[in-house]
Design a protein around this ligand. Structure first.
Ligand code: VGL
Ligand code: ZN
Length: 187
């Protein structure tokens, strides 16, 4: 059996209702994330955090597309309180580089290092947001040769344009990811 990791992307206060860049119904995935994190098939469970300096280029004040969010060390950047920390083996921060968007968790080389060190061949990517960081993290995992699954029962999207999340999943499918919904394969 291939060694598997669960990568929980950016399940942080700022991306859930009440946060600075709330993903609609983003908090709904909490129970499912905890359930997945407890599955014995995962040899490693990683949580990532969007972790921006206060003058990050993706912020509107800097000419970027987003309101200020996930500023390093602020409550909005903390992992959501409903995420069971006891099931998380490692937390990887990304988005520190002021010049790049930081949508992919692989922008921090520590993620790939950790996966390789643990002999991981397959990753399940879940979390927020489907159409940004989940998408880009999953695409990067494919590019780096991992088998990739995205479980839509544990992802939610921003959908700045209606349909963005659906299009992101379609792009992932074409790139070779397996898209499942709570274990059932999505055709
Ligand atoms: C994200 C927008 C800006 C994400 C991060 O985690 O999907 N989206 N920064
Ligand atoms: Zn961000």
């Amino acid at each position: 059996m291939a060694r598997e990791a669960l990568v929980i992307v950016d399940f942080q206060n700022d991306f859930t209702p009440g946060g600075a860049l709330a993903v609609p119904r983003g908090d709904e995935i909490a129970d499912r994330l905890n359930e997945l994190a407890g599955e014995s098939r995962f040899d490693l469970v990683v949580a990532t955090r969007d972790w921006h300096p206060s003058d990050h280029s993706s912020f509107r004040e800097q000419g970027g597309p987003w309101p200020r969010h996930c500023v390093q060390g602020t409550p909005g950047a903390e992992l959501h309180p409903r995420l069971d920390r006891s099931r998380i083996d490692a937390v990887i921060d990304k988005g520190q580089d002021p010049a790049t968007e930081g949508y992919s968790a692989f922008e921090n080389p520590e993620l790939e290092q950790l996966l390789r060190e643990r002999g991981i061949e397959r990753v399940t990517v879940v979390g927020l947001a489907t159409d940004y960081c989940v998408k880009n993290t999953a695409l990067d995992a494919l590019r780096r040769g991992f088998e990739v699954e995205v479980d839509t029962s544990a992802t939610r999207g921003v959908d700045v344009q209606p349909g963005d999340s659906e299009r992101a999943l379609e792009e992932l499918r074409r790139a070779g990811a397996k898209i499942v919904a709570g274990g059932a394969r999505v055709p």
